[in-house]
Design a protein around this ligand. Structure first.
Ligand code: ADP
Ligand code: MG
Length: 748
């Protein structure tokens, strides 16, 4: 299908302009240009508030000149404004201060002294360029300029400037917003009255949306605020519809897959296990259990996400699901993100099951099963036994890392895969599973401690059912957290170490977490640390960040500060057996203080650990800090988390630490976290700044639009999964799937 919007730009614009569009913005067709929406609009006579500018932005501002100075870069002396023409060939710096009425912005022009005669005080003009920071002052360096009041203008120019709104486009110095505006106008004027619309007519009417032609006109050349709103509303809906159609199609495919139904059977392992549980299940645990049992009984694969705070008791829920499958003659695999965690899970499960896991052993219960551990660090014999147990079906439960899904590992009858502490379990991974189990795909339960807002779950995880554990098991007191500003108040850091000593004195144990290992120059990013905030501004200025504090540095320091305590280190580059040994000694209480990287982030369970000190806490993301501190206060002891930072109170990043210290509500923190990120990061998309299929839609703000579009997409796909009757929507879906930025959909 070929339409107007597929036509090449060079048929409409000059060859040179068309080439610039291709080179700078990768825009080659009419459709691509028209989908390059204005980022903002300038109401005539309105000045852009400068406080909305951010360093790094390609910004266009409307300002009034306040002051102009020209300086010679050779003599460092100011040049009288009357003389500037004489300096045309010399090195000069023209500084222009413009204002939006409240704040000033500095413009710096090199070697263009004549500008001083044009940009005289009082002149209103548009300026565009990159926002930079120079000695604490926000600047546009060498910006493009367009004086707004001027005599010698063409008629078209006068008409253009007389419009009530000026669109401001994402622009660059090579392709200023005014050029984009002119080009869009030319293209729009030559387009047909009707263009093919991905949104079906009936939907347009039902949802009261602009048709595509009208929306394009209004989004680029609006006459009123309402035009802008209505046009954007239409495009947001379209983006949501395309995305939800992709997800609805995907759900249809998943729903068509077969799975062996594993209905709950009384009188088996699960019932025995429930009877001997040393505690009552929380209400949430029971409810989620029932949801899972209902899913498992269906002849289609379950694909469910279980989210719950650290310590909310997800493991028990997973174990009950696994036992239910084993009761049905199937097997379950539990995948952990790291070997340390796989080992720990294996221990936990074995302990919880007691003689129910002692199949074939003296004293094993009647219908006991076997929990096998399969990791890369097993010796050949151990590995062979575990593989054999998986393949023969002797092991009802197999614990390992993702390597379990490798081809070599065979299962007798894999019925359920539980993925711990991860919320992404890719399409490919699921495909690998189906390949393993022939015509039947195993049920999948994914667990995460990172709460995911509803809209994100609906988009990024569109084909996932979501269960949430909201309570913590009874008797757990929420952890206390404080920020320790080590630079401002060094005595607080001293106090923190004293506190560590006191905790150990009370028989408790302590974690000290560092962002870096420190045995070489490389950052410890191999340990999934988030260094998002690493070089964040302080007092409005980017700081040359010193390297993050390392495990090695803290280890040296504590040898002096706490020489009498048993202090050891743990990080991802230790050999696996050494890691295990350290972890077991810590779990056994033979280590007082464990200095570690984020390897201890997920799943580690040492109830006797009461305190966590996080060094350079600002180097970690909000959600990550929340997860980390979930490692302490897991038993009856009161948990304490100290967030040590060199930041000064009052900076933005310090505020994030304050937020972590002031609430233990994971959903609230997750929301704060997501708000401070960009949309692309939310979707897990690399910020390439390239063409995006989501331009106006925000998965955080536009919940109602996404819900409405999801409803429409479901009804379309339920009767016409291939979109045969909706060729334009079909084309939009295909092009979205081709664009880089729907990669996030592929990963779920
Ligand atoms: P997470 O959700 O972080 O994986 P776990 O499953 O590791 O949490 O559970 C944390 C701790 O709480 C474990 O020691 C577990 O035995 C305990 N626990 C789980 N459910 C309950 C309950 N209903 N009552 C009391 N303790 C529980
Ligand atoms: Mg866990």
């Amino acid at each position: 299908m070929r339409s107007d919007t597929d036509r090449k730009l060079r048929d409409f614009l000059g060859a040179k302009t068309a080439k610039t569009f291709a080179d700078v913005l990768e825009i080659e067709t009419v459709g691509e240009l028209l989908r390059h929406y204005p980022r903002r609009y300038l109401k005539k006579g309105e000045l852009t508030p400068f406080d909305e500018l951010e360093v790094g932005d390609q910004a266009t501002v409307n300002g009034r000149v306040k002051k102009v100075t020209v300086r010679s870069l050779d003599t460092k002396a100011d040049i009288p404004l009357a003389d500037v023409q004489k300096w045309a060939r010399r090195k000069t710096l023209t500084k222009v201060v413009v204002t939006d009425g409240r704040r000033d912005l500095e413009l710096a022009f090199f070697n263009q002294p004549w500008l001083a005669t044009k940009l005289t005080p009082g002149t209103a003009a548009l300026f565009w360029g990159e926002v930079t920071m120079f000695r604490d002052t926000m600047q546009l360096k060498g910006p493009g300029t367009e004086i707004l009041e001027s005599e010698d203008l063409t008629e078209a120019e006068i008409e253009r400037r007389a419009r009530p709104f000026r669109p401001l486009y994402p622009a660059t110095a090579k392709l200023p917003t005014a050029t984009i505006e002119r080009s869009v106008k030319i293209v729009l004027d030559s387009l047909d009255e009707r263009i093919d619309d991905p949104i079906p007519d009936l939907i347009l009417r039902n949802e009261k949306l602009f048709g595509l032609r009208e929306a394009l006109q209004k989004v680029h050349l609006p006459d009123t605020e309402k035009d802008i709103e209505d046009a954007q509303k239409r495009f947001r809906f379209e983006e949501a519809l395309v995305m939800q159609t992709i997800l609805a199609q995907r759900r249809a495919v998943t729903d068509a897959l077969n799975a062996v139904p594993r209905p709950r059977t009384p009188g088996g392992l699960l019932d025995d296990f429930d009877k001997r549980l040393p505690f009552e299940l929380t209400e949430g645990q029971s409810e989620v259990g029932e949801e899972i049992f209902a899913d498992l009984a269906r002849p289609h694969p379950m694909h469910r996400l279980l989210q719950g705070e650290v310590g909310s008791g997800k493991t028990v829920v997973a174990l009950r699901a696994m036992l239910s499958v084993v009761d049905n003659g199937g097997q379950a695999a539990l995948l952990a993100p790291t070997e340390v965690l796989a080992v720990q899970h294996h221990k936990t499960l074995t302990k919880m099951l007691g003689d129910l896991a002692e199949q074939g052993m003296l004293g094993g219960a009647e219908h006991a099963t076997k929990v096998a551990l399969l990791t890369g660090s097993l010796n050949a014999a151990g590995r062979r036994t575990a593989m054999l147990d998986a393949a023969s079906g002797a092991a009802g439960i197999v614990v390992g890392t993702h390597a379990l899904l490798e081809d070599k590992v065979q299962f007798a009858d894999l019925g359920l895969v539980v993925v711990d502490e991860q919320h992404r379990f890719g399409v490919e991974q699921r495909a690998a599973l189906s390949a393993k189990s022939g015509d039947n795909t195993p049920h999948v339960l994914v667990m995460t401690a990172t709460p995911i807002p509803r809209t994100v779950a609906m988009t990024v995880f569109g084909d996932l059912a979501v269960s949430t554990l909201t309570q913590l098991p009874a008797g757990r007191s929420p952890i206390q957290s404080s920020v320790v500003p080590a630079k401002e108040k060094p005595e607080w850091l001293q106090r923190a170490w004293t506190r560590v000593r006191e905790e150990v004195g009370k028989g408790h144990q302590v974690y000290v977490v560092c962002p870096r290992i420190g045995d070489d120059v490389k950052n410890a990013t191999d340990e999934e640390g988030e260094f998002a905030a690493g070089e964040e501004e302080q007092g409005g200025k980017k700081q040359q960040a010193r390297p993050p504090i390392s495990v090695m540095q803290v280890s040296e320091a504590l040898a002096e500060i706490l020489p009498d305590l048993r202090v050891e280190i743990l990080h991802g580059r230790l050999p696996a057996d050494e890691k295990d040994a350290v972890m077991s000694r810590f779990a056994a209480g033979d280590i007082d203080v464990l200095i570690a990287t984020t390897v201890i982030e997920v799943g580690v369970d040492v109830p006797n650990a009461s305190t966590m000190v996080i060094m350079d806490a600002d180097r970690f993301g909000i959600s990550q800090l929340h997860q980390l501190r979930g490692r302490v206060g897991r038993g009856k002891v009161q948990g304490l988390c100290l967030l040590v930072t060199d930041l000064w109170p009052g900076s933005k990043s310090y505020g994030r630490l304050d937020a972590v210290a002031s609430t233990t509500d994971g959903f609230e923190l997750s929301r704060i976290d997501l708000e401070t990120r960009r949309e692309g990061d939310v979707l897990g998309v690399a910020q390439s700044g390239r063409r995006s299929s989501l331009k106006l839609l925000s998965v955080l703000r536009d919940e109602d639009v996404i819900l409405a579009a999801r409803h429409v997409a479901n009804s379309i796909v339920s009767v016409d999964a291939d979109l045969a009757e909706y060729p334009v929507l079909g084309a939009a879906v295909r092009s979205a799937l081709e664009s880089e930025t729907t990669e996030y959909l592929e990963k779920t």
